[in-house]
Design a protein around this ligand. Structure first.
Ligand SMILES: Cc1ncc(COP(=O)(O)O)c(C=O)c1O
Length: 440
């Protein structure tokens, strides 16, 4: 990463190793002994590390920052709420319905909603509700999708160790130790955009399929997206089989459009999960959908249980109320769309200059960059792209003050504050970074 000596970062990591496994609070933050990042502050679309290097950030905490870091319009509402209302009480406040009504005004797919504290928790709630409603067990997931860190969805297609020339499907493996084999019992995996595969799964397991769980635009797989026809296929097969369609909009919700991915496809889920952009960085999440489905949550003997101590706390909800109001009433998302388009155009100029075949996947607010001739249609196609070149290019960008995940499975996230960046500078940096990636 940054080639300059980083004495403060090194000291921070040394100290942190005494206190946390890998020296970090989340394993994905460990980027090796020389490259693990420790920040001192964030503002707008920039982050500054503890060695006083500032980066323009396209990682944005894996997506939550939609307006910008430390957006005062949001922060002031949170300060107001905790000063004048409180944080949590174990009871309800009017903020609960304020936020649900805002979501409903943006997302016609929502009749009723419940809150959670993270995307992971929202998905757990959605899946449990689907099972409770359908009285079935199986969940169909898509290769390359990511649905959080709970055992049942911590099984992945091992495309890293799969050869494109293989006739066999990639092996399904757990994310690591501690995930019992039994947690895989009720999960079936299919490649995205493969009509035959979904038909085969429903033919084999249809009676027990509670839901399909899908990120229609895979925010954890280079924004590779479902086609319109495939989303319609999923909607239809769920309807004819009495199964539910769960769209995991933890990354896409309130980012790719005011109404999320469902506004782009004009296809509605039965249950949807939200998090990330909903609170501009404050920890808020939710799941919701059809009123009849959500009413499976009840105290009935056969009802679904949902709740939690920190659910609908005032920090989260005041942030969500402020963020959603801004997204609804201003042209922030239009600005983001425009900026994302401009950045792809400048990157495209650079790649073309160096003769690098490239394509972009997904929407302007979170676009994937793939070095290959065709936009990947699923995770297996991603393996055909030159992801090693991408990683080298990304590492060089980081060296030059542009922060992003050095893995083409993570998209470039755009926030409203990116409108202030110097686009000419970014193009020059991209050029320098590609030249170094190609010439070594
Ligand atoms: C689509 C999707 N679902 C669920 C999650 C889990 O969210 P969290 O990290 O807030 O638990 C993520 C996180 O990146 C995600 O992208």
């Amino acid at each position: 990463m940054t080639k300059t000596h980083k004495p403060n970062s090194a000291a921070m990591l040394k100290r942190a190793h005494q206190n946390m496994p890998l020296g970090v609070a989340d394993s994905y933050r460990y980027w090796g002994e020389d490259n693990t990042v420790f920040l001192s502050s964030m503002k707008g679309c920039t982050i500054t590390d503890c060695d006083e290097q500032t980066f323009v950030d396209f990682r944005l905490a894996y997506g939550p920052i939609i307006l910008g870091y430390r957006d005062e319009r949001v922060d002031n509402e949170v300060i107001n709420a905790i000063t004048n209302i409180g944080t949590i009480s174990g009871f309800s406040t009017g903020l609960d319905s304020d936020v649900v009504e805002l979501v409903k005004s943006l997302c016609p797919n929502i009749d009723q909603m419940r809150f959670a504290n993270s995307g992971t928790e929202a998905v757990i709630g959605a899946v449990r509700t689907a099972r409770g409603f359908t009285q079935r067990n199986k969940i169909v997931v898509v290769e390359g999708g990511f649905h959080g860190l709970h055992d049942e969805v911590m099984w992945k297609s091992d495309v890293d160790n799969w050869e494109v020339s293989d006739n066999k499907s990639p092996e399904i493996i757990p994310f690591g130790a501690g995930i019992p084999q039994s947690t895989r019992e009720h999960q079936v995996s299919v490649p995205l955009n493969d009509f035959d595969a979904i038909d085969a799964v429903f033919a084999e397991h249809g009676n027990d399929i509670a839901a399909i769980l899908i990120e229609p635009i895979m925010g954890n797989c280079g924004s590779i997206a479902s086609t319109q026809e495939y989303m319609q296929k999923l909607r239809d097969i769920c309807d004819s089989n009495g199964s539910l369609l769960i769209m995991d909009e933890v990354k896409t919700g309130f980012r790719v459009a005011k109404g999320g991915v469902q506004a782009l496809y004009n296809i509605h889920a039965d249950i949807t999960t939200y998090a990330k952009a909903m609170g501009n960085g404050y920890p808020v999440a939710a799941f919701g959908g059809r009123a009849d489905v959500m009413s499976a949550i009840s105290f009935d003997k056969n009802g679904v249980t949902h709740g939690g101590t920190y659910t609908a706390n005032m920090v989260a909800l005041s942030a969500a109320k402020a963020t959603l109001t801004l997204l609804k009433e201003t042209d922030a998302l239009a600005t983001i769309d425009h900026v994302g388009e401009k950045i792809q155009a400048l990157l495209s100029r650079v790649f073309t200059k160096f003769g690098v075949e490239h394509c972009f996947a997904g929407p302007n607010a979170m676009f994937g960059v793939h070095f290959g001739a065709n936009v990947p249609q699923n995770y297996r196609d991603w393996k055909k792209t030159n992801s090693d070149l991408y990683t080298q290019f990304a590492m060089n960008l980081i060296d030059n003050g542009v922060m992003l995940e050095p893995d083409s499975r993570e998209p470039w996230f755009i926030c409203e504050a990116h409108q202030t960046i110097d686009f000419e500078w970014l193009e020059q940096v991209a050029e320098k970074s590609m030249a170094a990636a190609i010439n070594g």
